[in-house]
Design a protein around this ligand. Structure first.
Ligand code: AMP
Length: 399
């Protein structure tokens, strides 16, 4: 039997097929620009001889229903999935589970209704996730389907850390609070870290840094998340590709008054035109690091601000945890940028964090250990695998 993991976006569908027994990957694919004439589907799969193959299809994919059909056909033609009857379960990534969902959850009509109710909290993501769930349920009505929420891992955060200092009624009536995101990634790398260190999760204090185009930090005590940097929305916290992260909220009133920016303009400014892009005009960390190395001043500034914010969060979470055993770097930047890891750990020797420059510049597929001998804190680079985590959580629900 097999497990299928789906990540349905507004105009894309990502999928990965796993063997149920050992969660090894049989195939993965991506359908982009759904609804557009330029849509394209790609599939990578392991053929019967164990060789990795790639297929591409450029026929227009009208909507998500058509995308599910294209996915099924491509999987069937690759020989990795004969029919939907081979699936023990389908796991769906759902961005916002609010306070309703603390665990991966078997999907039925009441769960769909609850995800729908949460749309105001994630107006861009939850509708797209729901669309994927609905068309898959039509396509494979007999297969158990499970929702795995980005927010669920952070539901263990205590009240004093998830509440904002706003009138309490806003929480009671409008659910204004910190939810946090990237939960599947934080929980996956934290577990991998404990396995690697050969220590029980229950005794570990871990800070996980998911640094991609979106970025967030989490403080994890004994396996439970006690704080995270993203808030009610993914805008809060670290500096990101195009999002500003933490900000004095009064800047919004000032910009409204002085520059005449309305809500939509402020939303676009903070979410799409800020962060690394706002500082240096570029949101790709690889390009920024290269430019910084060539002496480009705006790129250097963007890199410095990104790493300084990161360092402040490491310090904050060391205080929140009462000391840390291990810091994990993950995500496109965390896994690949030696300079970001170096700058964000620089000058923290008195806090027991000592990075080894040589180890930090090495590359490794799975887990790289980059602390210097004598560092009290383990520093690990761990490749995240959100699809694997969703497959594993799906399995827990359907067994
Ligand atoms: P993600 O959202 O996790 O896919 O991460 C995307 C970010 O990772 C982008 O800012 C990329 O520039 C960055 N990234 C990927 N590879 C590298 C690399 N070798 N060095 C620096 N940044 C990288």
């Amino acid at each position: 039997m097999k497990i299928l993991v789906l990540n349905s976006g507004s105009s894309s569908l990502k999928f990965q097929l796993f063997l149920k027994d050992d969660l090894s990957v049989l195939a993965s694919g991506l359908i982009e620009q759904i609804g557009d004439a330029s849509s394209a589907a790609q599939l990578w799969f392991i053929d019967t001889s164990g060789i990795k193959q790639q297929r591409r299809q450029n026929d227009p994919v009208a909507d998500h229903r058509a995308a599910i059909k294209v996915m099924s056909t491509m999987l069937q033609e690759s020989g990795t999935l004969v029919d939907m009857g081979e699936l023990a379960g389908i796991g769906h990534r759902v961005v916002h589970g609010g306070e309703a969902f603390q665990q991966p959850t078997f999907i039925d009509a009441s769960v769909i209704a609850a995800i729908e109710e949460l749309i105001p909290l994630a107006p861009l993501h939850n509708p797209a996730n729901l669309m994927g769930i609905r068309v898959t349920m039509e396509h494979a009505p007999q297969t158990p389907q499970v929702a795995v929420f980005d927010t669920a891992f952070h539901q263990s955060i205590p009240e004093h850390a998830y509440l904002y200092a706003l009138p309490y009624a806003l929480y009671e009536q409008h659910k204004v609070r910190r939810y946090g995101f990237h939960g599947t990634s934080h929980s996956y790398v934290a577990r991998q870290a404990a396995l690697y260190l050969e220590r029980p999760m229950e005794e570990l204090h871990i800070i996980t840094l998911h640094l991609g185009n979106g970025a967030s930090a989490a403080a994890i005590k004994g396996g439970e998340c006690i704080d995270t940097s993203m808030g009610m929305t993914p805008l809060e916290g670290l500096v990101m590709g195009t999002r500003c992260g933490d900000l004095d909220p009064a800047i919004l009133f000032y910009l409204g008054r002085e520059c005449g920016l309305d809500m939509a303009a402020l939303d676009a400014l903070l979410n799409k035109e800020s962060g690394l892009k706002g500082i240096c005009g570029e949101n790709d960390m690889r390009t920024i690091s290269e430019a910084a190395e060539q002496g480009d001043a705006p790129a250097k500034l963007a890199l410095t601000i990104f790493c300084y914010r990161l360092k402040k969060y490491i310090g904050t979470y060391m205080a929140a945890l009462g000391g840390v055993d291990c810091i994990v770097f993950t995500g496109g930047i965390g896994e690949n940028s030696a300079i970001v890891r170096q700058l964000s750990c620089q000058g923290m020797e008195r806090l027991g964090i000592v990075l080894d420059g040589e180890k930090n510049s090495m590359r490794q597929e799975e887990i790289l250990e980059i602390q210097a001998t004598g560092s009290q804190v383990s520093l690990l680079v761990i490749a995240t695998d959100e699809e694997h985590e969703i497959a594993s959580q799906t399995l827990q629900v359907i067994i």
